[in-house]
Write a protein that binds this ligand. Structure first.
Ligand SMILES: Nc1ncnc2c1ncn2[C@@H]1O[C@H](COP(=O)(O)OP(=O)(O)OP(=O)(O)O)[C@@H](O)[C@H]1O
Ligand SMILES: [Mg+2]
Length: 388
């Protein structure tokens, strides 16, 4: 009966659940999952039983999550849920803005799972050209298409026994979504050009910076696939909502920047001046932890003494933050308003963000900002003085 209440309260009829016992009296019951409403009955029964057995027990210590730096309560709760989910063999969907730590969570979940000795295969669904996706995911036989000179394993086969991390799942085109659904449903894949399917045992952890329910409403994402993959959903909050996390992250990431650069000739270990630290902690970080890390990297390069000054930080901060927080279309005219300057700021900030998000891959960055080629992007980077 308890399990039924948990399932109802977590799905169709969201409710606070209360438990009572002689020992503890009446108290709110905490259930460590978000459960999608519509997944199939078999899975439901299995989950149901596992949930009942484990919802009261603390998950085992999981050092795999120790490198996720946090102090905020929202993150502590999220990590606790991720630890509980990790040890169960269910698909996980991680939602969060760009740079919030989605991949970090996915890797920690794999390391804390019983599949830890098996492969973790990461695939960025947004980075594979549409016509190659199926062969990349499911593999192909020799001669399946013109360039298929050799048979090739797909990512599913490569991840057999382990975890397949489908990053940017929301970018997967419709036809590939159909094939993915089949693979997940049947637990088997068919290489392109092959006739026979074969079994694979893969746990899928997917991530997206989009809200998939909105993508479903807009007709861009299949609802059936969503319910298959969103069995356990982890929503990573943006950095601006994690009160208390920034200080620890700044220290940790500056250590990382110092370690990365330690071998470079003439590098002096950097620390932050008090002013620089204040600026960093007051910033909104629209690009989240990744933006913080990259800002520290830039500031460390640009500061010529051992202490990073507030001026270094100001220069290293992306203009995007200042621009997006004001309404771009509602600025008062006159009094210093300068349209070319504003357009330049916008271009610069998006270019910088695209380069950060594409990890310096210019072809991908060009796609992200809708430019036709990496050559065009290079021209823009030069024109707007953004580092390539
Ligand atoms: N809580 C954290 N503690 C320490 N490092 C973190 C934390 N969150 C993120 N990072 C670091 O920030 C960077 C971005 O994290 P990650 O790649 O996991 O984010 P993401 O959500 O996948 O980003 P993107 O959307 O850009 O792909 C990584 O270098 C990661 O190690
Ligand atoms: Mg990522």
């Amino acid at each position: 009966m308890a399990a039924v209440w948990i399932l109802l309260g977590k799905t169709r009829f969201p409710a606070e659940l209360i438990e009572s016992s002689k020992d503890h009296g009446v108290r709110t019951a905490s259930v460590p999952f978000d459960i999608s409403a519509d997944f199939i009955p078999d899975l439901l029964r299995e989950q149901d039983e596992r949930l009942r057995q484990t919802s009261a027990a603390e998950p085992p210590e999981a050092p795999e999550f120790a490198d996720i730096i946090h102090r905020s309560r929202v993150m502590a709760r999220l990590i606790q849920r991720a630890r509980r989910v990790a040890i169960r063999n269910v698909p996980v969907l991680i939602e969060g803005e760009s740079g919030t730590g989605k991949e970090m969570f996915a890797r920690a979940i794999h390391r804390a799972s019983t599949r830890r000795e098996r492969p973790f295969v990461a695939v960025n669904c947004g980075a594979i050209p549409g016509e190659l996706i199926e062969s990349e995911l499911f593999g192909h036989e020799k001669g399946a298409f013109t360039d298929a000179k050799q048979p090739r394993k797909g990512y599913f086969e490569a991840a057999d026994g382990g975890t397949l991390f489908l990053d940017e799942l929301g970018e997967l085109p419709g036809p590939a979504q159909v094939k993915l659904l089949r693979a997940v449903q049947e637990g088997e894949v068919v290489r392109l050009g092959a006739t026979r399917p074969f079994k694979v045992d893969v746990r899928i952890v997917a991530a997206t910076h989009r809200t998939l329910t909105e993508e479903i409403a807009a007709g861009r994402f299949r609802e059936d696939l969503f319910y298959r993959l969103a069995v356990a959903v982890l929503k990573i909050p943006p950095l601006r909502e994690r009160t208390g996390d920034l200080g620890g992250l700044v220290d940790h990431l500056l250590d990382q920047v110092n370690r990365e650069a330690a071998a470079e000739p003439g590098y002096r270990e950097k620390r932050l001046s008090a002013g620089a630290r204040n600026l960093l902690v007051a910033h909104m970080w629209p690009g989240n932890v990744r933006e913080l890390l990259n800002t520290l990297r830039r500031a460390a390069i640009w500061s010529d003494s051992a202490a990073i000054s507030s001026e270094d930080v100001r220069e290293a901060l992306l203009p995007v933050a200042a621009v997006v927080r004001q309404d771009l279309l509602a600025k008062p005219l006159g009094g210093g308003f300068n349209l070319p300057e504003l357009l330049k700021d916008v271009a610069r900030s998006y270019l910088q963000r695209a380069m950060d998000e594409a990890h310096g891959n210019k072809t991908r960055a060009a796609e992200l900002v809708g430019l036709p080629s990496y050559q065009t992007l290079s021209n823009w980077l030069a024109k707007y003085e953004v580092q390539g």
